[in-house]
Design a protein around this ligand. Structure first.
Ligand SMILES: [Zn+2]
Length: 193
């Protein structure tokens, strides 16, 4: 039997994917040929090394993935708490001039941040984590701007809210920066390049 034919069959044989006939052929040959026997042993050794090398990172990956989920949940909870707080304050403030202050300063930025967390579910579609984190920051800020358009339409008389809008915009910029840093950490934790 030609060793080359056996060498071709060996990977299939090792995976248990070849026919009974080929299996017998390989086994008979391996008994008589040292070279092919060694090649088969090397192949198995390689497979063993692969599984040894893969296991530890997979275990670390699981722990990191847990941490990443915790981070995501905590952020979701905190932004939801901030929105609730803002809505409560807004409801407590009498209708009129000051009514929308809480929306401009807290509700809009916090909502934008919370909604931008949805992007984190799509982390695998990004080329790398730096692109992902930049996009997360941009999305946070873009959502805040959308929120301000809604706020202007909802509360009217924008001139009453210049100060609150200024503070809210600063908060939005800060949250966009937070979004960039934390999404990068998140991507790192789940092992994104
Ligand atoms: Zn051989």
């Amino acid at each position: 039997m030609d060793c080359n034919v056996i060498m071709d069959l060996l990977p299939l044989y090792a995976d248990g994917c070849c026919s009974e006939q080929s299996k017998e052929l390989v086994e008979t040959h391996l008994k008589s040929c040292k070279m092919c026997k060694q090649a088969y042993a090397d192949m198995n050794e390689g497979g063993f090394c692969d599984s040894v090398n893969i296991k530890p990172p997979a275990r670390i990956g699981k722990i990191s993935q847990f941490k990443a989920s915790v981070l995501q949940s905590v952020l979701l909870f905190l932004s939801f708490a901030a929105i609730t707080l803002g809505v409560t304050f807004e409801a407590m403030t009498p209708m009129g001039r000051d009514n929308g202050n809480w929306a401009y300063m807290l509700i809009v930025p916090a909502t934008a941040f919370m909604l931008s967390l949805v992007n984190w579910y799509f982390v695998r579609f990004y080329k790398n984590r730096s692109v992902f984190s930049t996009c997360s920051a941009v999305i946070t800020f873009a959502l805040a701007l959308c929120g301000y358009v809604w706020a202007v339409l909802h509360y009217g008389d924008f001139t009453s809210y210049y100060a609150a809008f200024g503070i809210g915009l600063a908060v939005s910029v800060a949250l966009s920066a937070v979004s960039k840093v934390l999404s990068l950490l998140y991507a790192k934790a789940i092992g994104k390049e």
